[in-house]
Design a protein around this ligand. Structure first.
Ligand code: GLA
Length: 734
């Protein structure tokens, strides 16, 4: 046993010190510590068997120092002794926000959770899992805390399972995934995000004050429309790109979430995150295991940039479907045609995809519905048969045309939804989320199908499966979700209506799981009327997401900047469209810092614009591995500067690309100072060359060789100004 522990400690930095033996009976001051490369989460079992957090921060050099931490804090009285509970129960001595609250089968609402044992196992190289068992000593209820450490990337995931053996169902009034405790800091600054359609990922920073700040959503399906679950907390002072201590976190859940940030009476920060319990007190049957979603977090002592690079590495390795793979460039017809197309028009666009030089043509909304044709957004959702008038020869002929043009073919669906003007609405009213006897409320003229119902799950799975069965060469799906849930009611759940919001999401995951069993790798874009849904549970099934319907490149500079803290470039779909008044060069340069696509009428491009776009796609193809798999450095913030600068360096350090964009059009604005590059080797020489130069224009940056030292200490001026509004520099090790 001793040898086993030593091995674990060496490989993953898991320590069981002061612990007499593995899974031993409780002794005083028993410590459970979970470590990553830079950080430690240290829990302590008290003599009364309560499990508390005593440390979450940078690893200490000496394991035995953790038990001395408590003695150094003179913050006042903890009247319950569990302000820092590792998973705060409710209804006993707790005085603060709980992580779990239950109503037992007999109606009693008290709970105490006491340590029983724990074990740590190896999940895979560099990934370890600590499972701690907690039990109530009055009621037969058991909670397991899971803490998964991804050593190299400093990411920790936490979740729980809840099970009981009471006579009858119990109700989970709250069932968080994680309950963190941060202490040792004078101040906490929350960076949160808010938004709406076309206004996603607007950051807001504020100092946390006493009481509870709640980040949450109750929208159900298009859950992130007003707020995503991702956030940052800077410790002591607001962190910058390269400086300061900061926690990044988010919930892996594509539905209602809730995060409580409670600055407690001792001035420490409690972070409790999980499924939103609003209208969702969950009825749990005897001996059924309820598993909460995972809550991920990472701590950086070197600012936000470091946290985000760790997160990108972690998500590409463990979370995103095909995270280490490549992506397809594409031409989408949404803004080029909207609903107004036919076979001939699409065939021209498919040929245009080839002409432009992208990998794929993506057919968007409007291809289905016959009794209720989809000529607008007010009909046909639910009726996934090809519209015979627009496409008399079906999808097959388009797939063939694409093949003849050596491009792939992808298609849009929105399978969770139904329009009242549809055959499905009439045929299966019991499949639809709506309150019996009440007025129906529509969001974009549609209603949501009840994914808690296995029959609806089969139907939604069938939408995808039928498409692939009929068109085996289909190469890509854009999965949209445009409506929130009003009038939440499931005729399937009968007297368990409070399980609806949760079961909807687990139903969605069941469908996606089935799709991935049969179609493991086909790329799928996650869209929700823009960025209404992305999170790291969904990204297990999707290869990329649509951040916003707002494709004005100026707006996208800001939005993609913010998204990029949490999601790597290969997941961020960015299309060149006709939104905004900027030249095609600016629009393309901005889209190139994500997964590049186009949504324009190619035939309307003048010759130079077309030549530019064709060359830019070639440049993108040559650099895409660096953008998708490299390390991202945010060099100059668009907020508060005239120009923004973003850099990607490939993992071997021999290639980089720097994108610079003007974000201000006032008189004589521009990059007056050089931009300092990052992530290069000081002693190496690098060739700097401007690419994406518009036809017949001269480069604004001369090709030259500089040392890494120079590029990082002095920097290089991309010469962005009101004439050269965007500049792309390719950096190659000389
Ligand atoms: C949503 C999406 C768009 C487009 C339309 C189609 O708004 O975000 O990209 O697919 O639906 O109706």
């Amino acid at each position: 046993m001793k040898k086993h522990i030593t091995n674990l400690r060496q490989s993953f930095g898991i320590a069981f010190f002061v612990l007499a033996s593995y899974c031993s009976p409780v002794s005083a001051q028993q410590i459970i510590s979970v470590k990553t490369k830079s950080n430690a989460l240290v829990l302590q079992v008290t003599p009364g068997k309560e499990l508390n957090t005593i440390y979450l921060g940078e690893k200490l050099a000496n394991d035995f120092d953790y038990v001395k931490i408590q003695g150094q804090f003179k913050q006042g009285t903890d009247y319950s002794g569990i302000y820092n509970a590792a998973y705060t129960p409710s209804g006993s001595k707790n005085l603060l926000e709980p992580a779990i609250a239950v109503t037992h089968a007999d109606g009693n609402t008290s709970l105490d959770l006491l340590y029983v044992d724990h074990k740590t196992t190896t999940v895979s190289t560099g990934v370890s899992q600590t499972e701690i068992t907690l039990k109530d000593n009055v009621y037969p209820i058991e909670v397991h805390l899971f803490i998964q450490s991804y050593y190299d990337t400093d990411i920790i995931e936490q979740w729980t399972t809840i099970k009981h053996a009471e006579k009858g169902n119990i109700t989970l009034n709250k069932y968080a995934s994680a309950n963190l405790y941060l202490k040792g800091y004078n101040n906490f600054y929350l960076n949160q995000y808010h938004g709406d359609w076309a206004k996603e990922m607007q950051p807001e920073e504020s100092k946390l004050t006493h009481g509870i700040k709640v980040l949450d959503t109750k929208l159900g399906s298009r859950a992130n429309l007003f707020q995503p679950s991702v956030f940052m907390v800077s410790l002591d002072k607001p962190a910058t790109e390269d400086d300061g201590k900061v926690l990044f976190a988010g919930l892996e859940w594509s539905g209602n979430f809730r995060t409580d940030l409670e600055l407690d009476p001792l001035n420490n920060l409690r972070v409790i995150s999980g499924i939103n319990n609003a209208a969702a007190a969950y009825s749990l049957a005897k001996n059924t295991v309820f598993t909460t979603p995972k809550f991920w977090y990472t701590l950086s002592s070197k600012g936000k940039g470091h946290a985000s690079r760790n997160l990108h590495d972690w998500s590409r390795n463990y979370k995103i479907l095909d995270g280490k793979g490549s992506r397809l460039t594409l031409l989408n017809n949404w803004e080029a045609t909207y609903f107004n197309f036919d076979e001939d028009k699409l065939k021209v666009l498919i040929a245009d995809s080839k002409k432009l030089g992208v990998d794929m043509f993506l057919l968007d909304d409007g291809w289905f519905g016959n009794n209720f044709p989809r000529n607008n957004d007010d009909a046909a959702l639910g009726d996934w048969d090809v519209n015979k008038k627009k496409l008399p020869n079906g999808i097959g002929t388009l797939v063939k045309t694409a093949k003849d043009n050596q491009v792939k073919f992808g298609i849009w669906i929105e399978p969770e939804m139904v329009n009242p003007a549809s055959d499905l609405y009439k045929k299966h009213p019991e499949w639809i989320v709506k309150q019996p006897g009440r007025t129906e409320h529509y969001f974009r003229n549609q209603l949501v199908l009840d994914l808690s119902n296995p029959k609806v799950q089969d139907f939604v799975y069938g939408v995808v499966d039928n498409l692939f069965t009929e068109n085996p060469e289909l190469a890509y799906i854009k999965w949209d979700c445009n409506a929130v849930i009003y009038n939440a009611y499931s005729s399937n759940l009968k007297d368990k209506q409070n399980n609806f919001y949760t079961d909807y999401v687990t139903g969605l995951y069941k469908v996606l799981e089935r799709i991935r069993v049969k179609y493991p790798t086909v790329p799928m874009m996650l869209c929700s009327g823009g960025g209404g849904r992305v999170d790291y549970a969904a990204m297990k099934y999707f290869t990329e997401f649509w951040p916003s319907d707002n494709t004005d490149p100026l707006e996208r500079v800001y939005m993609q900047w913010e998204y990029s803290y949490f999601y790597p470039a290969l997941t961020i779909a960015a299309h060149v469209t006709d939104w905004g008044k900027q030249p095609i060069k600016y629009r393309t340069d901005v889209a190139m810092m994500g997964r590049l696509g186009f949504d324009i009428v190619v035939k309307d491009l003048n010759e130079k614009d077309l030549t530019f776009a064709q060359q830019a796609i070639k440049n993108y193809n040559a650099l895409s591995n660096t953008i998708w798999q490299g390390d991202q450095y945010r060099l100059q913030n668009p907020w508060g500067n005239d120009a923004a600068s973003v850099m990607f360096v490939n993992k071997s350090g021999n290639e980089a690309v720097v994108f610079s964009y003007s974000v201000n059009s006032r008189y004589e604005v521009g990059t007056h100072l050089p931009i300092k590059l990052k992530g290069l080797q000081a002693g190496q020489n690098y060739k700097v060359e401007e690419i994406n130069v518009y036809p017949d224009k001269k480069p604004v940056v001369e090709t030259a060789t500089y040392s890494g030292d120079f590029l990082m200490q002095v920097g290089i001026n991309p010469n962005v100004n009101s004439t050269n509004t965007s500049v792309v520099l390719k950096i190659t090790k000389a």
